[in-house]
Ligand binder design. Structure first.
Ligand SMILES: [Ca+2]
Ligand SMILES: [Ca+2]
Length: 85
């Protein structure tokens, strides 16, 4: 879930979903509008994804953030491997 791109799955993302709620795809819905499972609808399935990832304390990073963290970790590992040769 990218949600609103602030790095956290929080109430701001729920507000985004509410704003673009569109279960009968009357609009072109994108991931950035709350179509988090990318099926073309902004519906209860997307809300369920938000609920599964929601962290009221704000410590659950959005998937885009997780991908960046994984990439950073990979770069660190590659450097360590290079040094050990
Ligand atoms: Ca967010
Ligand atoms: Ca969807």
């Amino acid at each position: 879930m990218r949600c609103n791109g602030d790095g956290l799955v929080d109430s701001a993302d729920l507000a985004l979903w509410q704003q673009y709620y569109d279960p009968l795809p009357e609009n072109t819905n994108t991931f950035w509008m709350g179509d988090w499972n990318e099926d073309g609808l902004v519906d209860s399935a997307d809300l369920a994804l938000w609920q599964q990832n929601y962290d009221p304390v704000g410590h659950t990073p959005e998937p885009a953030t997780l991908a960046l963290l994984a990439l950073g970790r990979l770069v660190v590992l590659m450097r360590r491997c290079k040094r050990s040769w």
